[in-house]
Design a protein around this ligand. Sequence first.
Ligand code: AVJ
Length: 335
Amino acid sequence: RSLRAAVADALQARSVPFMDPRVVRAGGTPDKTLLRSVPTMLLYDDRGLDIFDRITYIDDYYLTAAEIDIFRRYAQALVRDHVADGAVLVELGCGAMRKTKFVLEAIAESGKVVTYYAVDLSESSLRASLLPLTKMFPSIRFVGLWGTYDDSVAWIRRSVPADTPKMYLWLGSSIGNLTREEAASFLRGIVDGAMEPGDLFLCGIDRRNSFEALSLAYNDSHGLTREFILNGLDHVNAVFDNQPVFDRADFEYVSIYNEVDGRHEAYYRALRAHTVSARDPDFSVDLAEGELINVEYSYKYSAQEVATLLDAARLHHVGKWTDAKGMYDLHLFQK
Ligand code: AVJ
């Protein structure tokens, strides 16, 4: 499988530049090193999706509550002003759709005819989330698209007539898992390939909040984030038919908010020097005691960084809604 190859490549390569932001924060000059990594996607097996869903309910992980707060207050105005009758809505990575409900409610009340496409990697969560919604909102047409963002965007391009008004939704700060460059080219790909002038893109983006707030959001007091990240090691083992590759007892979760680059960084830290290996594809990697393996970045955006993103993606800023605490924004972009 290609995921196996991706894991093998990322583990063998030392391609992630690292200067410890904790040392910078303490006033020192950190060494430059290159780290191994594993693909972020590994966090999202069924168990990972389930743990993440639980994370979205805890106070320390303020992002979801902030986004829900925004939808509670502004979904009606958003639908009134920006969702056309006959429009198609495409939600990328819809997950449990807790916040989508507020938009759907506003659409149902408005009497507008809308088709809602829900894109997700998990077929079971797609079915489980869509079924109650079809009952709750009989006037809305629901279509589940099971697959990757790229597959779904290609499908939309082929299947939705160009003159149908479209609004993409990419919520929950999912954009944060892409580098700033990747985010810009992902958006640009949709703009060029699957949007017409006037089409909209609604995007939930987390801010560069305080070190304290972000450190807690990614190292919550319930230990759920730790479990979410460490589950990635079990997923690697599953991907390699439980050879196994990693022993969870040999690693701990390291959470670092990097204020310089405006991103949270998630790592596995090897608790002792040891070798991890697998077959098909074959690899053997010597890990040093204390060695960090990167698994996730969660990028945060300043207003300037949002503007730079839009320039690169060839989108215009047409709206912004903020939660009551001023920590998180829902942005509306237009082609
Ligand atoms: C689902 C990508 C938005 O980066 O905040 C939560 C995933 N990682 N806690 C994020 C995550 C650690 C989350 N996103």
